[in-house]
Design a protein around this ligand. Structure first.
Ligand SMILES: *Cc1c(COP(=O)(O)O)cnc(C)c1O
Length: 465
């Protein structure tokens, strides 16, 4: 054994203690850190010929990077849709590295842990047992997986096996959607369906939700064609939902594949007051849910649920090596996911679900929604800001009250200064042609004091402006 490795092996306990101390110090001060990434000059090091050992590596890491670390897992990172990590999720994530299990395997702890976690999640979301689920690295890979199943499902109907014959065997696939997340379009590129196969169906007036009359007209005009509808259950700008119940009826009538991107909107199902937004999703062929957003587990974690595990296996089965178990005889996760060897992503989720339960997640959702509405009310009552849409759940989408011509520059300046000041991060957007700002609150840590602090910051910036 390499001498340095041997020494580290003897000092494992001190090393974990040192790591724990660094973690504790960081977490204790997370609210005081700048929320956005601190910028600075950077010169990359060369690979050391002689290693320094783990303890010294930690020291060098601190010297080089500590000043750049930001509180993006903290209470006031409101850009994109960004969760943090609950205490139990951090514990689970640490242990995932310690155990370093390959979650591709067919039995043993990792197999049972992932199965149990998926079952917890089905219960949390009220999804029927008919849905199987697996963990992926993020909602992008979940959408990718859902569309891979869709491709296979369509192939089935048109008498071909796309995973076997290739996408050329099934020409003319169209993916219909009203307000698709960019990752759907990215997945279309990765799957060989092509970005141009996207057909945008108009929204209802003033909404991001699909106009069912326009959709019905499209379906009528294209009967018999291989169609997938990607429904939004929570758009990133206004957390709008497609009418899933009506989509379920249309699906019955026209026979398209229905994939629901519920990356963060799926968490509405955790709370009785919002569950109705998802009514109808239980007929979807596949459902994407992100875990590193509202579940508040560390990156990288999401799930794909489907009613078609056989088609999922047809798409992802890993054949061609004699040492692999027969996929028809043994359930192996790697036959259902883009990856073969996999990190046990279920473990942080298991820990946080066990620690906080269904009530804990209902509380996180309720708290975030209440705080977003509070921010929305402050914006609505002010002369300097203006909501671009009513606050739905966890996103406030707003703009500055300045003449339209000045708006793009004013938004850019406002966001740049605010994000650089480091108390909060928000991201720019364009909603219905109007440049605006999004604040998305899905972190378990956020409190009313954070909203007050941010409002003070926003008001000050405007008065300076
Ligand atoms: C965040 C998000 C995605 C992509 O998720 P990643 O975790 O970044 O891969 C997809 N769909 C929706 C609606 C999202 O909000």
């Amino acid at each position: 054994m390499n001498e340095t490795l041997f020494q580290d092996l003897q000092q494992m306990d001190q090393l974990l203690q040192q790591t724990k101390d660094i973690s504790s110090a960081f977490l204790a001060g997370i609210d005081k850190l700048p929320v956005d990434v601190a910028k600075g000059a950077f010169t990359p090091l060369s690979l050391p010929k002689q290693g320094v050992g783990a303890s010294q590596a930690l020291n060098i890491f601190k010297t080089r990077y500590e000043h750049m670390l930001a509180g993006n897992a903290g209470a006031r990172y409101w850009g994109f849709v960004t969760g943090g990590a609950t205490p139990a999720a951090i514990a689970g994530d640490w242990l995932t590295s310690v155990y370093d299990m390959n979650a591709a395997n067919k039995d043993g702890a990792s197999f049972y842990i992932e199965g149990e976690t998926i079952s917890f999640l089905r219960q949390l979301f009220g999804l029927p047992d008919a849905y199987t689920g697996v963990f992926t690295s993020g909602a992008t890979m979940s959408n990718f997986s859902g569309l891979a199943i869709a491709r296979q499902w369509l192939g089935n109907r048109y008498g071909t096996d796309v995973a076997q014959e290739g996408i050329a065997a099934l020409p003319g696939i169209k993916i219909l959607s009203c307000t698709p997340h960019s990752s759907t379009v990215k997945s279309m590129a990765m799957l060989g369906i092509g970005r141009n196969a996207l057909v945008k169906i108009p929204s209802l007036p003033g909404r991001e939700s699909v106009d069912l009359t326009a959709l019905t007209a499209y379906l009528e005009a294209h009967t018999g064609e291989p169609l997938i509808f990607v429904a939004a259950a929570g758009t990133v700008n206004t957390v709008d939902f497609d009418d899933l119940q009506s989509l379920a009826v249309l699906k019955q009538q026209y026979g398209f594949y229905l994939h629901v991107d519920a990356a963060f909107g799926g968490f509405a199902a955790c709370h009785p007051a919002y569950r109705n937004l998802l009514q109808g999703w239980e007929v979807a062929d596949s459902i994407t849910i992100d875990a590193h957003k509202w579940l508040n587990v560390p990156y990288d974690s999401a799930m794909i649920f489907t009613r078609h595990p056989k088609l999922q296996m047809a798409a992802f089965r890993n054949v061609g090596a004699s040492y692999l178990p027969d996929p028809d005889e043994f359930f192996v996760y790697s036959n259902y996911t883009p990856e073969n060897s996999r990190r046990l992503r279920a473990l942080p989720a298991w820990h946080t679900l066990m620690a906080y339960g269904a009530n804990g997640y209902a509380d996180i959702v309720e708290n975030n929604v209440r705080l977003t509405k509070k921010l929305g009310a402050l914006i609505e009552a002010s002369d300097t800001f203006r909501l671009l849409a009513p606050v739905n759940l966890c996103v406030a989408c707003f703009t500055l009250n300045v003449p339209a011509g000045e708006l793009p520059a004013a938004i850019k300046q406002f966001l740049q200064t605010m994000n650089e000041n480091g108390k909060v991060v928000m991201t720019p957007t364009v909603y219905q042609g109007i440049p605006g700002i999004r604040a998305a609150l899905v972190n378990w840590r956020t409190t009313a004091e954070d909203v007050d602090l941010v409002w003070e910051e926003m008001s000050q910036l405007i008065s300076v402006h």
